[in-house]
Write a protein that binds this ligand. Structure first.
Ligand SMILES: Nc1ncnc2c1ncn2[C@@H]1O[C@H](COP(=O)(O)OP(=O)(O)OP(=O)(O)O)[C@@H](O)[C@H]1O
Ligand SMILES: [Mg+2]
Length: 348
């Protein structure tokens, strides 16, 4: 990285100088060719999940829930506690072209023996859908089966061993090892809603810009990994660090600055539901971003050093493009810079 990091007490908490120029100061002294209004228009047209898409997805999930409920009611032995929407649709951070939804299925711990919870859930889904979908349309992953419909739309059906806890704490159980992972879908929703309410309309939008950027990077490089949950937690961390979100260009710049500046080497954790002393003392993980609900769950545990470097390198390219956009002398130049971040469908 060629710039030096300096901290300004005003506006967002990070600012870089590159080649001796404070670009943020420069940007705000110049007439911008691409403004927050341009970004907003693009977000509404291309990035944000549309109401129609949500309702189509919700109808699918409602149907699934109904079938699963009936099936479980007609087959004693399984005990369903509750089902709830998890994931981006529930959190209001979904992107257009929605092709995935997440449902958490809380089941009573005593309703089955040593059977793998994921395989149990997989079998139940195959039974409830019977002949209406191909058998291989339900595939089991580490923590959940996924149903893929003919249209390509898929639903992750995440079984959670209920702990009878009012906060919705329960265990995900890894398919192959049986290892249990404590988490809480309702508390994850509460966690993100708390940050959203501090920055109404803005924090979720900045998360969507970041996720849109991630989607574009994945199209470019299929080895690029950057899980949505991690993206949200990074933005939540910046919110907790005092970054403002009302100026979306500044906020998105601050996100890339943070990634470049920290190299994602800094531990990210939250004290909503536990204290810092509950976190593990040390770790060899390349990235540490802890589940806000469980201090022993590093959400980035499967990321290698190479995965981390890929994220940082691409964030640096995005940051450079945003800096350049701030100094562009023509609109065409500014659009070209923004296209590096938002893709070539961005036309200003
Ligand atoms: N490693 C994890 N540990 C605990 N909970 C997780 C983990 N990963 C995901 N979750 C839960 O699953 C939810 C969905 O997260 P995920 O990253 O799969 O996608 P999403 O928010 O639905 O975004 P999108 O579908 O748009 O990519 C999270 O909000 C969280 O509640
Ligand atoms: Mg999802």
């Amino acid at each position: 990285m060629s710039g030096t990091v300096i901290r300004f007490p005003i506006r967002n908490s990070y600012a870089l100088t590159r080649n001796g120029v404070s670009y943020r100061k420069g940007r705000h002294q110049m007439a911008l060719h691409i403004t927050n209004a341009d970004l907003k228009a693009f977000a509404e047209k291309r990035i944000n999940l549309k109401i129609e898409e949500v309702s189509a997805g919700r109808d699918r999930v409602r149907f699934l829930r109904k079938r699963l409920e009936d099936h479980i009611a007609n087959n004693p032995g399984f005990s369903l506690v509750r089902m709830l929407h998890a994931g981006s649709v529930a959190k209001g951070t979904g992107l257009s072209g929605l092709n995935d939804m997440d449902v958490a299925v809380y089941v009573e711990a005593d309703s089955f023996g040593d059977e793998s919870l994921v395989l149990w859930m997989t079998d139940r889904l195959r039974e409830v859908y019977g002949a209406t979908i191909a058998n291989d349309a339900v595939q089991s992953g580490t923590y959940c089966p996924t149903i893929t419909f003919a249209s390509g739309f898929n639903v992750d059906v995440v079984p959670v061993l209920d702990e009878g806890d009012a906060d919705g704490k329960g265990y995900l159980v890894a398919k192959d090892t049986g290892e249990r992972l404590l988490t809480s879908i309702p508390l994850h929703l509460e966690f993100i809603r708390a940050r959203k309410s501090e920055h109404p309309g803005n924090l979720a939008q900045v998360i969507r810009y970041l996720k849109w950027w991630i989607r574009n990077q994945k199209r470019d490089d299929e080895t690029f990994k950057f899980k949505s949950f991690m993206a949200e937690l990074i933005v939540a961390h910046l919110s907790d660090s005092g970054v403002f979100f009302s100026d979306h260009i500044d906020a998105l710049t601050a996100v890339f600055e943070y990634i470049v500046d920290s190299g994602l080497n800094d531990r990210i954790a939250f004290d909503d539901y536990y204290t810092a002393s509950d976190l593990p003392a040390g770790s060899t993980a390349a990235i540490e971003i802890f589940d806000p609900v469980n201090p022993n769950n590093n959400v980035a545990v499967h990321y290698t050093n190479q995965d981390r470097q890929r994220i940082v390198a691409r964030a640096e390219t995005a940051l450079d493009a945003l800096i350049e956009a701030g100094f562009a002398t023509t609109k065409a130049q500014a659009i070209a810079c923004w296209q590096i971040v938002l893709g070539t469908t961005f036309k200003g």
